[in-house]
Ligand binder design. Structure first.
Ligand SMILES: [Zn+2]
Length: 430
């Protein structure tokens, strides 16, 4: 790739910067709140129309077969393809366009798309409509610079990342639209910060513990076995035995923030006893259920993680005669890590160094995102997250992304696409 090609593309990004900001603000004004999944068709169409103007063939994919794809809340994904001289290498830029509900505490209209003092404000400005705008305008800048790609670039806008992505990226992967054998690299412009490349995430193990005792009269608790007290023993064992062990384990994967480099456990909720029609019965609680969120490290693996939980719960329950229990898996997401020598890391690192003048930092995410579907369903190992915005303002009131971040990320994405797909260098002046 020649220096003039790079300069032309970077110049085209600069020249289109105001349009990219306006496009990101337009996306923020479409209230794609999830749940329940509002305004998806309108947002998919807005992205598709802009991709068409960027020289892409545009396809829409409704998530047929998914129960959440309903007439009231259709799940519509959009993919734009800009073909070069060959089908491959194929680079896929994927952004989710659903946003979490705004919540309280805003000083600006969450769906106003306000641009002020160098920032774009609103729900989704950071997570991740600026990232989508960066992906779209990276392709647009390549077109305006008159650069012909040797391979192919795709940009997708997908639904439901905030609720698991099953009708979004997972659906596209299940239907072969993102797949090993056709897709060489995937970049997800989530807001990890413009100098950072996210190479994966920890694993997730959601499980439910149920304790089962024996019902009895509340005035004579000694005649029953109280399942809530039993759950108390489980919570105590988690706090006294498991938590210190988890805090002592550190992963070699560069998870940020630093406190998330350890294994963690959270109790998400608990309910027990017998409430009928909202009224508490005067009984010894014979049942109690609690749901836990265990984030595990690549080094731990799922089997060990689960066995440890089952062991600690079993020994805790055994302290109370007459108490029985069960442990049920609710969700398992294996940890993912992009290979160190992945070309997508190399291309983004080179582009970050050129655009920002400093070396890229490799990080991993404390939580999961659509990377898991690219790895597990599509089977594409070369996937990272890279995009504008600060992770810490995602899902917050007065969410924002700076215009500088948007422009810089657009430049980095454009250069990475050029490097990964290759370019057709034409003779000058011919
Ligand atoms: Zn996101």
């Amino acid at each position: 790739m020649s220096v003039t090609t790079i300069d032309r593309v970077l110049g085209a990004v600069e020249a289109a910067a105001d349009e990219a900001v306006a496009f990101a603000a337009d996306l923020v004004r479409i209230p794609t709140v999830n749940p329940p999944g509002d305004a998806y068709p309108e947002c998919a169409r807005t992205i598709g129309d802009r991709l068409a103007r960027a020289g892409c063939e545009v396809e829409y994919f409704e998530a047929e077969g998914r129960p959440e794809h309903t007439p009231a809340h259709p799940r519509v994904n959009v993919v734009g393809t800009r073909r070069g001289a060959r089908a491959r290498p194929l680079v896929h830029l994927n952004g989710h366009f659903d946003v979490v509900p705004p919540g309280d505490g805003w000083t600006v209209d969450p769906f106003g798309g306000l641009v002020r003092d160098g920032r774009i404000y609103g729900r989704g400005a950071c997570d991740m409509k600026a990232g989508l705008a960066a992906a779209v305008f990276a392709v647009e800048a390549i077109r305006r610079a008159g650069v012909e790609l040797a391979g192919t670039v795709e940009v997708s806008g997908t639904v439901d990342e905030e609720s698991g992505g099953l009708a979004g990226v997972a659906w596209l992967a299940e239907h072969g639209r993102i797949a090993a054998g056709r897709t060489d690299a995937v970049i997800i412009p989530e807001p990890l910060g413009v100098g950072r490349i996210c190479i994966g995430h920890r694993g997730v193990y959601w499980f439910e513990v149920e304790t089962r005792g024996r019902i009895g009269h509340g005035s004579m608790p000694f005649l029953g076995v109280n399942a809530v007290d039993g759950m108390g023993l489980v919570l105590q064992a988690f706090r006294d035995e498991l938590q210190p062990a988890l805090a002592a384990r550190t992963t070699a994967v560069p998870v940020v923030p630093n406190a998330a480099r350890h294994a963690t456990l959270n109790v998400n909720g608990i309910e027990g006893g017998q409430r009928i029609g909202g009224i508490q019965t005067p009984c010894v609680a014979d049942r109690c259920r609690a749901v836990f969120d265990r984030r595990f490290l690549l080094e731990e693996g799922f089997e060990r993680t689960k066995a440890e939980v089952v062991d600690v719960v079993g020994r805790a329950v055994a302290r109370m005669p007459g108490l029985s229990h069960g442990v049920r898996d609710l969700m398992v997401v294996p940890p993912v890590r992009t290979p160190d020598d992945s070309p997508v890391i190399g291309a983004l690192s080179d582009a970050i160094a050129r655009v920002l003048g400093r070396p890229a930092t490799l990080v991993a995410s404390p939580g999961t995102y659509d990377h898991k579907h690219v790895a597990a369903i599509a089977g594409v190992p070369h996937c990272v997250a890279y995009g504008p915005g600060e992770l810490e303002v995602a899902h917050q009131p007065d969410e924002w992304c700076t215009i500088d971040d948007l422009t810089n990320a657009t430049k980095v994405l454009a250069l990475a696409v050029l490097e990964l797909t290759g370019t057709v260098e034409r003779g000058r002046g011919a």
